[in-house]
Design a protein around this ligand. Structure first.
Ligand code: ASP
Ligand code: MG
Length: 416
Protein backbone atom coordinates (compact mmCIF):
# COMPACT_ATOMS: atom_id res chain seq x y z
CA UNK A 1 0.00 0.00 0.00
CA UNK A 2 1.27 3.43 -0.89
CA UNK A 3 0.09 7.00 -0.69
CA UNK A 4 -0.23 8.30 -4.24
CA UNK A 5 -1.31 11.68 -5.59
CA UNK A 6 -3.16 11.85 -8.91
CA UNK A 7 -3.47 15.11 -10.84
CA UNK A 8 -6.01 15.44 -13.66
CA UNK A 9 -5.82 18.30 -16.17
CA UNK A 10 -8.68 20.29 -17.66
CA UNK A 11 -9.16 17.98 -20.64
CA UNK A 12 -9.37 14.95 -18.34
CA UNK A 13 -12.06 16.78 -16.32
CA UNK A 14 -13.67 18.25 -19.46
CA UNK A 15 -17.17 16.76 -19.14
CA UNK A 16 -19.25 14.82 -16.64
CA UNK A 17 -18.60 11.71 -18.73
CA UNK A 18 -14.85 12.24 -18.39
CA UNK A 19 -15.16 12.96 -14.68
CA UNK A 20 -16.90 9.59 -14.31
CA UNK A 21 -13.94 7.99 -16.05
CA UNK A 22 -11.54 9.74 -13.68
CA UNK A 23 -13.60 8.37 -10.79
CA UNK A 24 -13.37 4.81 -12.17
CA UNK A 25 -9.61 5.13 -12.57
CA UNK A 26 -9.18 6.52 -9.06
CA UNK A 27 -11.41 3.77 -7.65
CA UNK A 28 -9.25 1.16 -9.37
CA UNK A 29 -6.16 2.49 -7.56
CA UNK A 30 -8.01 2.68 -4.27
CA UNK A 31 -9.31 -0.88 -4.69
CA UNK A 32 -5.70 -2.03 -5.12
CA UNK A 33 -5.10 -0.87 -1.55
CA UNK A 34 -3.51 2.53 -2.11
CA UNK A 35 -4.35 5.77 -0.35
CA UNK A 36 -5.28 8.27 -3.03
CA UNK A 37 -5.35 12.07 -3.05
CA UNK A 38 -6.66 13.65 -6.25
CA UNK A 39 -5.84 17.19 -7.38
CA UNK A 40 -7.93 18.20 -10.42
CA UNK A 41 -7.86 21.29 -12.63
CA UNK A 42 -10.93 23.23 -13.64
CA UNK A 43 -12.96 21.74 -16.51
CA UNK A 44 -11.23 22.63 -19.80
CA UNK A 45 -11.92 26.17 -20.96
CA UNK A 46 -13.42 27.20 -17.62
CA UNK A 47 -10.52 29.32 -16.32
CA UNK A 48 -10.38 31.16 -19.67
CA UNK A 49 -14.13 31.70 -19.55
CA UNK A 50 -13.95 33.16 -16.05
CA UNK A 51 -11.04 35.46 -16.88
CA UNK A 52 -12.95 36.52 -20.01
CA UNK A 53 -15.90 37.60 -17.86
CA UNK A 54 -13.55 39.73 -15.77
CA UNK A 55 -12.24 41.40 -18.93
CA UNK A 56 -15.80 42.25 -19.98
CA UNK A 57 -16.22 44.16 -16.72
CA UNK A 58 -12.85 45.84 -16.42
CA UNK A 59 -9.64 46.29 -18.41
CA UNK A 60 -7.63 46.18 -15.20
CA UNK A 61 -9.40 43.96 -12.68
CA UNK A 62 -8.24 43.83 -9.06
CA UNK A 63 -5.92 40.79 -8.74
CA UNK A 64 -7.53 39.79 -5.45
CA UNK A 65 -10.93 39.60 -7.10
CA UNK A 66 -9.46 37.79 -10.11
CA UNK A 67 -8.26 35.06 -7.75
CA UNK A 68 -11.63 34.93 -6.05
CA UNK A 69 -13.17 34.39 -9.48
CA UNK A 70 -10.64 32.09 -11.16
CA UNK A 71 -10.43 29.74 -8.17
CA UNK A 72 -14.08 28.76 -8.58
CA UNK A 73 -13.33 26.56 -11.59
CA UNK A 74 -11.44 24.08 -9.46
CA UNK A 75 -14.11 24.12 -6.76
CA UNK A 76 -16.65 22.85 -9.29
CA UNK A 77 -14.27 20.06 -10.35
CA UNK A 78 -13.58 18.69 -6.89
CA UNK A 79 -17.24 18.57 -5.92
CA UNK A 80 -18.26 16.78 -9.12
CA UNK A 81 -15.43 14.27 -8.76
CA UNK A 82 -16.35 13.55 -5.13
CA UNK A 83 -19.94 12.90 -6.25
CA UNK A 84 -18.76 10.67 -9.08
CA UNK A 85 -16.70 8.59 -6.66
CA UNK A 86 -19.56 8.36 -4.18
CA UNK A 87 -21.86 7.27 -6.98
CA UNK A 88 -19.68 4.19 -7.54
CA UNK A 89 -19.53 3.35 -3.87
CA UNK A 90 -16.33 5.08 -2.77
CA UNK A 91 -16.06 7.31 0.24
CA UNK A 92 -14.72 10.62 -0.94
CA UNK A 93 -14.39 14.15 0.39
CA UNK A 94 -13.40 17.35 -1.41
CA UNK A 95 -11.56 20.38 -0.04
CA UNK A 96 -10.70 23.80 -1.38
CA UNK A 97 -7.21 25.21 -0.87
CA UNK A 98 -8.33 27.31 2.07
CA UNK A 99 -9.98 24.38 3.80
CA UNK A 100 -6.81 22.24 3.82
CA UNK A 101 -5.28 24.90 4.17
CA UNK A 102 -2.66 25.40 1.46
CA UNK A 103 -0.90 28.52 2.69
CA UNK A 104 0.64 30.83 0.06
CA UNK A 105 2.18 34.28 -0.08
CA UNK A 106 -0.04 37.20 -1.11
CA UNK A 107 1.17 37.67 -4.69
CA UNK A 108 -2.28 37.39 -6.26
CA UNK A 109 -2.50 35.53 -9.60
CA UNK A 110 1.03 34.16 -9.16
CA UNK A 111 1.27 33.11 -5.53
CA UNK A 112 3.80 30.66 -4.18
CA UNK A 113 2.95 27.85 -1.80
CA UNK A 114 4.51 28.22 1.64
CA UNK A 115 3.09 25.30 3.58
CA UNK A 116 0.41 22.64 3.44
CA UNK A 117 -1.36 21.28 6.52
CA UNK A 118 -1.60 17.49 6.31
CA UNK A 119 -3.67 16.78 9.43
CA UNK A 120 -7.17 16.72 7.97
CA UNK A 121 -6.09 14.90 4.81
CA UNK A 122 -4.20 12.17 6.70
CA UNK A 123 -7.18 11.57 8.95
CA UNK A 124 -9.52 11.14 5.99
CA UNK A 125 -7.09 8.85 4.21
CA UNK A 126 -6.73 6.68 7.29
CA UNK A 127 -10.53 6.49 7.45
CA UNK A 128 -10.49 4.99 3.95
CA UNK A 129 -11.62 8.07 2.03
CA UNK A 130 -10.35 9.35 -1.28
CA UNK A 131 -9.37 12.99 -0.67
CA UNK A 132 -9.86 15.50 -3.46
CA UNK A 133 -8.12 18.87 -3.23
CA UNK A 134 -8.52 21.80 -5.61
CA UNK A 135 -5.55 22.55 -7.80
CA UNK A 136 -4.36 26.08 -8.59
CA UNK A 137 -5.52 27.78 -5.39
CA UNK A 138 -4.51 28.55 -1.85
CA UNK A 139 -5.03 31.11 0.88
CA UNK A 140 -2.73 33.79 2.27
CA UNK A 141 -2.09 34.76 5.91
CA UNK A 142 -4.99 37.18 5.84
CA UNK A 143 -7.50 34.65 4.55
CA UNK A 144 -7.52 35.95 0.96
CA UNK A 145 -7.95 33.35 -1.75
CA UNK A 146 -4.90 33.17 -4.02
CA UNK A 147 -4.03 31.33 -7.24
CA UNK A 148 -0.71 29.93 -8.39
CA UNK A 149 -0.55 31.17 -11.99
CA UNK A 150 -1.83 29.51 -15.16
CA UNK A 151 -1.19 25.79 -15.18
CA UNK A 152 -0.74 25.95 -11.41
CA UNK A 153 -2.59 22.71 -10.64
CA UNK A 154 0.57 20.79 -11.56
CA UNK A 155 2.36 22.65 -8.80
CA UNK A 156 -0.50 22.07 -6.33
CA UNK A 157 -0.31 18.34 -7.00
CA UNK A 158 3.44 18.01 -6.57
CA UNK A 159 3.38 20.23 -3.47
CA UNK A 160 0.57 18.17 -1.92
CA UNK A 161 2.51 14.99 -2.73
CA UNK A 162 5.62 16.43 -1.09
CA UNK A 163 3.72 17.58 2.01
CA UNK A 164 2.12 14.14 2.42
CA UNK A 165 5.41 12.37 1.61
CA UNK A 166 3.61 10.46 -1.12
CA UNK A 167 5.37 7.61 -2.90
CA UNK A 168 4.66 9.12 -6.33
CA UNK A 169 2.80 11.98 -7.99
CA UNK A 170 1.00 10.93 -11.17
CA UNK A 171 0.15 13.77 -13.55
CA UNK A 172 -2.61 12.53 -15.87
CA UNK A 173 -2.87 14.67 -18.96
CA UNK A 174 -3.90 14.69 -22.61
CA UNK A 175 -0.45 13.64 -23.83
CA UNK A 176 1.06 10.29 -22.94
CA UNK A 177 4.38 11.60 -21.66
CA UNK A 178 7.37 13.80 -22.37
CA UNK A 179 8.74 13.53 -25.89
CA UNK A 180 12.19 14.06 -27.41
CA UNK A 181 10.61 17.08 -29.08
CA UNK A 182 7.15 18.31 -30.07
CA UNK A 183 5.60 15.45 -32.12
CA UNK A 184 3.66 18.05 -34.13
CA UNK A 185 6.97 19.27 -35.53
CA UNK A 186 8.84 15.98 -35.78
CA UNK A 187 6.61 12.97 -36.37
CA UNK A 188 9.45 10.61 -35.36
CA UNK A 189 9.62 12.19 -31.89
CA UNK A 190 9.80 9.49 -29.25
CA UNK A 191 8.33 9.29 -25.78
CA UNK A 192 10.97 9.20 -23.06
CA UNK A 193 10.59 6.53 -20.38
CA UNK A 194 12.53 8.65 -17.95
CA UNK A 195 13.84 12.18 -17.92
CA UNK A 196 15.92 13.64 -15.11
CA UNK A 197 14.49 16.44 -13.09
CA UNK A 198 17.22 18.81 -14.33
CA UNK A 199 16.47 17.98 -17.95
CA UNK A 200 12.76 18.48 -17.33
CA UNK A 201 13.48 21.83 -15.73
CA UNK A 202 15.39 22.91 -18.85
CA UNK A 203 12.72 21.53 -21.19
CA UNK A 204 9.91 23.26 -19.28
CA UNK A 205 11.74 26.59 -19.23
CA UNK A 206 12.67 26.21 -22.90
CA UNK A 207 9.14 25.91 -24.13
CA UNK A 208 8.01 22.32 -23.61
CA UNK A 209 4.58 22.97 -22.11
CA UNK A 210 3.83 19.61 -20.53
CA UNK A 211 4.23 20.78 -16.93
CA UNK A 212 4.18 24.12 -15.16
CA UNK A 213 7.83 24.87 -14.45
CA UNK A 214 7.26 25.50 -10.76
CA UNK A 215 5.92 21.98 -10.34
CA UNK A 216 9.22 20.66 -11.67
CA UNK A 217 11.11 22.85 -9.21
CA UNK A 218 8.99 21.40 -6.40
CA UNK A 219 9.63 17.87 -7.61
CA UNK A 220 13.36 18.61 -7.58
CA UNK A 221 13.46 20.33 -4.20
CA UNK A 222 11.51 17.57 -2.49
CA UNK A 223 12.81 14.72 -4.64
CA UNK A 224 9.26 13.71 -5.43
CA UNK A 225 9.10 11.05 -8.17
CA UNK A 226 6.62 12.51 -10.67
CA UNK A 227 5.17 10.73 -13.66
CA UNK A 228 3.43 12.30 -16.67
CA UNK A 229 0.92 9.88 -18.23
CA UNK A 230 -2.21 9.79 -20.34
CA UNK A 231 -5.70 10.14 -18.94
CA UNK A 232 -7.16 9.14 -22.31
CA UNK A 233 -6.46 5.44 -21.91
CA UNK A 234 -9.12 2.95 -20.77
CA UNK A 235 -9.62 3.73 -17.08
CA UNK A 236 -9.86 0.02 -16.38
CA UNK A 237 -6.52 -0.87 -17.99
CA UNK A 238 -4.37 -3.09 -15.74
CA UNK A 239 -2.93 -1.03 -12.91
CA UNK A 240 0.56 -2.53 -13.21
CA UNK A 241 0.73 -1.45 -16.83
CA UNK A 242 -0.61 2.03 -16.10
CA UNK A 243 1.86 2.49 -13.24
CA UNK A 244 4.76 1.99 -15.68
CA UNK A 245 3.39 4.09 -18.52
CA UNK A 246 4.19 7.68 -19.47
CA UNK A 247 7.43 9.43 -18.50
CA UNK A 248 8.98 9.32 -15.05
CA UNK A 249 10.82 12.43 -13.90
CA UNK A 250 13.59 10.97 -11.86
CA UNK A 251 16.79 11.81 -10.05
CA UNK A 252 19.95 11.02 -11.93
CA UNK A 253 21.56 8.94 -9.21
CA UNK A 254 18.75 6.49 -8.79
CA UNK A 255 17.68 5.93 -12.36
CA UNK A 256 19.02 3.72 -15.03
CA UNK A 257 19.47 6.32 -17.73
CA UNK A 258 18.61 5.78 -21.33
CA UNK A 259 21.89 5.68 -23.23
CA UNK A 260 21.92 8.96 -25.02
CA UNK A 261 24.03 12.06 -24.99
CA UNK A 262 21.09 14.28 -25.88
CA UNK A 263 17.66 13.74 -24.40
CA UNK A 264 15.57 16.25 -26.25
CA UNK A 265 15.27 19.30 -28.46
CA UNK A 266 13.25 22.16 -27.02
CA UNK A 267 12.21 25.33 -28.79
CA UNK A 268 10.44 28.56 -28.06
CA UNK A 269 9.02 31.10 -30.45
CA UNK A 270 8.25 33.38 -27.55
CA UNK A 271 11.48 35.34 -28.01
CA UNK A 272 12.62 38.82 -28.95
CA UNK A 273 16.07 40.39 -28.92
CA UNK A 274 17.29 43.90 -28.25
CA UNK A 275 20.74 45.26 -29.11
CA UNK A 276 22.27 48.43 -27.76
CA UNK A 277 25.09 49.59 -30.03
CA UNK A 278 28.13 51.61 -29.11
CA UNK A 279 27.85 51.57 -25.33
CA UNK A 280 30.97 52.65 -23.42
CA UNK A 281 32.90 49.63 -22.13
CA UNK A 282 33.10 50.45 -18.45
CA UNK A 283 31.87 49.07 -15.10
CA UNK A 284 28.15 49.24 -14.43
CA UNK A 285 26.97 49.18 -18.02
CA UNK A 286 25.18 45.83 -17.89
CA UNK A 287 23.46 46.92 -14.71
CA UNK A 288 22.41 50.28 -16.21
CA UNK A 289 20.88 48.55 -19.23
CA UNK A 290 19.25 45.59 -17.51
CA UNK A 291 18.32 47.16 -14.16
CA UNK A 292 15.36 49.17 -15.51
CA UNK A 293 14.23 46.20 -17.61
CA UNK A 294 14.23 43.96 -14.54
CA UNK A 295 12.46 46.67 -12.52
CA UNK A 296 9.70 46.57 -15.12
CA UNK A 297 9.29 42.86 -14.26
CA UNK A 298 10.67 41.63 -17.57
CA UNK A 299 12.56 38.37 -17.46
CA UNK A 300 15.81 38.68 -19.40
CA UNK A 301 17.11 35.41 -20.79
CA UNK A 302 20.17 35.30 -23.07
CA UNK A 303 22.77 38.05 -22.72
CA UNK A 304 25.78 38.75 -24.91
CA UNK A 305 28.32 41.54 -24.71
CA UNK A 306 31.00 41.92 -27.35
CA UNK A 307 34.68 42.62 -26.87
CA UNK A 308 35.05 46.39 -27.12
CA UNK A 309 36.59 48.26 -30.03
CA UNK A 310 37.85 51.78 -29.22
CA UNK A 311 36.24 51.58 -25.79
CA UNK A 312 32.78 50.91 -27.24
CA UNK A 313 30.85 47.66 -27.30
CA UNK A 314 27.52 46.15 -28.33
CA UNK A 315 25.18 44.61 -25.81
CA UNK A 316 22.39 42.18 -26.81
CA UNK A 317 19.77 40.43 -24.69
CA UNK A 318 16.51 38.55 -25.19
CA UNK A 319 13.13 38.99 -23.52
CA UNK A 320 9.74 37.23 -23.84
CA UNK A 321 8.04 38.42 -27.00
CA UNK A 322 5.12 39.90 -25.06
CA UNK A 323 7.56 42.23 -23.27
CA UNK A 324 9.38 43.33 -26.42
CA UNK A 325 7.75 46.73 -27.04
CA UNK A 326 7.91 47.69 -23.39
CA UNK A 327 11.59 46.71 -23.10
CA UNK A 328 12.54 48.41 -26.35
CA UNK A 329 10.97 51.66 -25.15
CA UNK A 330 12.72 51.46 -21.80
CA UNK A 331 16.10 50.95 -23.40
CA UNK A 332 15.44 53.49 -26.12
CA UNK A 333 14.10 56.30 -23.93
CA UNK A 334 16.06 56.21 -20.74
CA UNK A 335 19.07 54.07 -21.10
CA UNK A 336 20.29 55.13 -24.50
CA UNK A 337 20.76 58.76 -23.62
CA UNK A 338 22.10 58.00 -20.14
CA UNK A 339 24.71 55.69 -21.60
CA UNK A 340 25.53 57.64 -24.69
CA UNK A 341 24.82 54.57 -26.81
CA UNK A 342 24.53 55.19 -30.53
CA UNK A 343 21.65 52.94 -31.53
CA UNK A 344 19.06 50.58 -30.15
CA UNK A 345 17.71 47.92 -32.50
CA UNK A 346 15.48 44.95 -31.96
CA UNK A 347 13.90 41.94 -33.60
CA UNK A 348 10.82 40.09 -32.36
CA UNK A 349 10.84 37.44 -35.08
CA UNK A 350 13.43 35.23 -33.45
CA UNK A 351 13.20 31.85 -31.79
CA UNK A 352 15.37 29.79 -29.50
CA UNK A 353 16.25 26.17 -30.21
CA UNK A 354 18.00 24.11 -27.54
CA UNK A 355 19.52 20.68 -27.21
CA UNK A 356 19.19 19.27 -23.70
CA UNK A 357 20.75 16.27 -21.99
CA UNK A 358 22.66 15.34 -18.86
CA UNK A 359 24.82 13.18 -21.13
CA UNK A 360 26.49 16.41 -22.22
CA UNK A 361 28.45 16.41 -19.00
CA UNK A 362 30.44 13.40 -20.08
CA UNK A 363 30.53 13.87 -23.85
CA UNK A 364 32.52 16.39 -25.83
CA UNK A 365 31.64 17.71 -29.26
CA UNK A 366 27.91 18.24 -28.73
CA UNK A 367 28.17 21.95 -29.47
CA UNK A 368 30.21 21.45 -32.62
CA UNK A 369 27.78 18.80 -33.85
CA UNK A 370 24.90 21.18 -33.22
CA UNK A 371 26.61 24.05 -35.04
CA UNK A 372 27.64 21.83 -37.96
CA UNK A 373 24.07 20.60 -38.37
CA UNK A 374 22.71 24.14 -38.40
CA UNK A 375 25.36 25.34 -40.84
CA UNK A 376 24.58 22.46 -43.21
CA UNK A 377 21.00 23.73 -43.27
CA UNK A 378 22.22 27.27 -43.93
CA UNK A 379 20.81 28.53 -40.63
CA UNK A 380 22.52 31.56 -39.16
CA UNK A 381 23.09 31.52 -35.40
CA UNK A 382 22.47 34.91 -33.80
CA UNK A 383 23.26 34.15 -30.16
CA UNK A 384 24.46 31.17 -28.17
CA UNK A 385 24.05 30.34 -24.50
CA UNK A 386 25.00 27.21 -22.63
CA UNK A 387 24.61 25.53 -19.29
CA UNK A 388 26.06 22.25 -18.09
CA UNK A 389 23.23 20.29 -19.71
CA UNK A 390 21.94 22.45 -22.57
CA UNK A 391 23.01 24.53 -25.54
CA UNK A 392 20.60 27.16 -26.82
CA UNK A 393 20.85 29.15 -30.04
CA UNK A 394 18.80 32.08 -31.20
CA UNK A 395 17.78 32.17 -34.85
CA UNK A 396 15.39 33.74 -37.32
CA UNK A 397 11.95 32.39 -36.42
CA UNK A 398 11.37 31.03 -39.92
CA UNK A 399 14.07 28.37 -39.41
CA UNK A 400 12.64 26.95 -36.18
CA UNK A 401 11.05 23.79 -37.57
CA UNK A 402 13.89 23.09 -39.97
CA UNK A 403 16.41 23.40 -37.14
CA UNK A 404 14.42 21.18 -34.77
CA UNK A 405 14.01 18.46 -37.43
CA UNK A 406 17.65 18.55 -38.47
CA UNK A 407 18.92 18.40 -34.88
CA UNK A 408 16.50 15.64 -33.91
CA UNK A 409 17.90 13.60 -36.76
CA UNK A 410 21.56 14.53 -36.25
CA UNK A 411 21.47 13.38 -32.64
CA UNK A 412 19.66 10.16 -33.55
CA UNK A 413 16.75 10.87 -31.26
CA UNK A 414 14.22 8.94 -33.32
CA UNK A 415 16.09 5.68 -32.61
CA UNK A 416 16.29 5.92 -28.85
N1 ASP B 1 -7.28 26.00 -14.19
C1 ASP B 1 -6.01 26.67 -14.14
C2 ASP B 1 -5.58 27.08 -15.54
O1 ASP B 1 -6.29 26.85 -16.49
C3 ASP B 1 -4.96 25.84 -13.48
C4 ASP B 1 -4.61 24.56 -14.21
O2 ASP B 1 -5.39 24.06 -15.01
O3 ASP B 1 -3.54 24.01 -13.95
O4 ASP B 1 -4.55 27.66 -15.70
MG1 MG C 1 -1.77 22.03 -17.43
Amino acid sequence: MALIVHKYGGTSMGSTERIKNVARRVAKWHDAGHQIVVVPSAMSGETNRLLGLAKEISTDPDPRELDMLASTGEQVSVALLAMALQAIGKQAVSYTGWQVPILTDSAHTKSRIQSIDDVKVKKDLDAGKVVIITGFQGVDDNGNITTLGRGGSDTSAVAVAAALKAAECLIYTDVDGVYTTDPRVVSEARRLKTVTFEEMLEMASLGSKVLQIRSVEFAGNYRMPTRVLSSLTDPMMPLEEEAQSGTLISFEEDTHMEQATITGIAFSRDEAKITVRGVPDKPGIAYQILGPVADANVEVDMIVQNISVDGKTDFTFTVPRADYEKSLKLVDNGIKSALGATLVVGDNKVSKVSVVGVGMRSHVGIASQMFRTLSEEGINIQMISTSEIKISVLMDEKYTELAVRALHKAFGLENG
